[in-house]
Design a protein around this ligand. Sequence first.
Ligand code: A3P
Length: 287
Amino acid sequence: MACSNLLEYRGWVYPSQIYDRDKLEYIYNEFQVRDQDVFSITYPKSGSTWIQEILTLIQNDGDTTISQTVPIWERVNWLEPSIFSLDLDSLPSPRFLSSHLPVNLFPKSFFTSKAKAIYTVRNPRDVLVSLHYFSKVAGFLDELDNIEELLPKFLRGEVFGGSWFDHVRGWLGVRDQVNLLILTYEELLQDLRGSVVRISNFLGKELNEAAIDSVVENASFKIMKNNSMSNYSTFRKDILDVQKGSFMRKGISGEWKDHFTPAMSESFDAAYKEEMKDINFKFIWDQ
Ligand code: A3P
């Protein structure tokens, strides 16, 4: 992935085909967050779509009618990309919204609201691998680099989403000031049922056992991969072309081990150790 088609905005990097400065500025300065809003926040390739599906299913008490008939981007609307021109102000509450924004670009009004946000983090090594394959499917990313060439750019934050380290540090840094549930992709994989219960408790939504069973079943990788309303097969082909590779690709953790040479691992670990040294938070992959 080259930087040629990437827009730099206040130290962050986004694909210029689907993001623009005006919308980013509007979202930061003017977008009015409501107390009833629920956000899913992620660095790209960290499980955004998975959380969107889980939120839809929880909101519908496990009923699959909406998740099987309405495209995922219309159920949990994206906040900042400019390709989505829907007027979010016209949506009734509670709004379910998705964002890749870091703390310092997120709507200012969020920080004085009672809105809830779920921040999902994934092992950055697997994020890097997922991003590499995603660049083959995404028309808005140049598909130039192999994983080895992408690695130093990822560590410098010169990829879609900017610096993973800054993103994670930023959101962890405000976790005691806002209504934030922190999850990891790996916990979702290890214990989807427990994670669904945590999310529904956080939302104050009571689900019976049958509803929880249905959320867990229908948010499984297999069912989502075959759900044309969730796998992006019906999306604009110039933006995402799943003929070139799957959006729902592997859905596993630890794939990086098949792609990192010992030298890549060493440079990643050194950067990770330095960048995360002041973080008082143990991720599942740190243990
Ligand atoms: P891989 O490319 O490693 O397969 P995002 O939605 O933030 O773009 O993240 C996409 C990643 O989440 C992809 O990872 C995709 O396969 C994975 N994913 C989506 N739904 C999933 C599910 N139900 N179970 C496991 N992984 C899932």
